[in-house]
Design a binder for this molecule. Structure first.
Ligand code: PRP
Ligand code: URA
Length: 215
């Protein structure tokens, strides 16, 4: 039964489906996986920034003056380390003036409990839109811990968007239950979690695939 909620935005686009399929393939190399995540990051950011505020400006074309638009208000990108780094790279190409923060979290292997080991956020992170970035939303523990960290720094839920590659129903439900103001943008929502908290069918361990490591 597909999961539906007003906070969940699943990107339905043939290009995204094509890129996601290649990212899932276990024989895809780390180099290619990094490149795919970069491209997918741009597409997710495109969707997740549709409602960024703009102000009207006059622009002189080669022929005449017309009305254009300019982004107003800061945008902060916050990748959850490590794997968020893979998605955020392309997003920064799209919005190069974005500010950057980092939240480091690792998931305990047995319990899947998140452990926050780093919080480095811009001083005024609470001003403007925050794009929280992590390819995998599995149990939702890491994303919920990251949102709590942002709220402790003064952010408001309705300014926070979570951008991920794949989500699983338990993670979506946990995040919406604990932080109903946060909207989630995902390339796909998969069936379930296995007994170790991995997304099925999923793509494996995103951090390991990005950086060629094995836990
Ligand atoms: C992965 C992933 C998420 C988390 C998702 O990170 O990048 O942060 O697991 O799982 P959850 O929804 O159950 O919390 P991991 O802990 O493997 O760290 P890494 O990015 O350093 O590999
Ligand atoms: N983290 C990952 O990297 N992959 C999963 O499937 C679940 C958590």
């Amino acid at each position: 039964m597909p999961i539906e909620a007003p906070q969940l935005h699943v990107i339905d686009h043939p290009l995204m489906a094509h890129l996601l399929t290649e990212a899932r393939e276990r024989r895809t190399s780390a180099q290619r996986f990094r490149h795919l995540l970069k491209q997918i990051g741009v597409l997710i950011a495109w969707e997740a920034t549709r409602d960024l505020p703009v102000e009207p400006v006059q622009v002189e074309t080669a022929l005449e003056t017309c009305q254009g638009a300019r982004l107003v208000g800061p945008v902060t990108m916050v990748p959850i380390l490590r794997a968020g780094l893979g998605l955020v790279e392309g997003m920064l190409d799209l919005i190069p003036h974005a500010r950057m923060g980092h939240i480091g979290i690792y998931r305990e292997e047995q319990s899947c409990e998140p452990h926050v080991y780093l919080e480095k956020l811009p001083l005024n992170v609470a001003a403007g839109r925050v794009l929280l970035v992590d390819p995998m939303l599995a149990t939702g523990g890491s994303a919920a811990a990251a949102v709590k960290s942002l709220l402790r720094h003064g952010c408001r839920e309705h300014e926070v968007r979570l951008l991920c590659l794949l989500a699983a129903p338990p993670g979506v439900q946990k995040l919406i239950r604990e932080h109903p103001g946060v909207h989630i943008y995902a390339a796909g929502v998969d069936r379930e979690l296995d007994s170790r908290g991995y997304i099925l069918p999923g793509l494996g361990d995103a951090g390991d695939r990005l950086f060629g490591t094995e836990d």
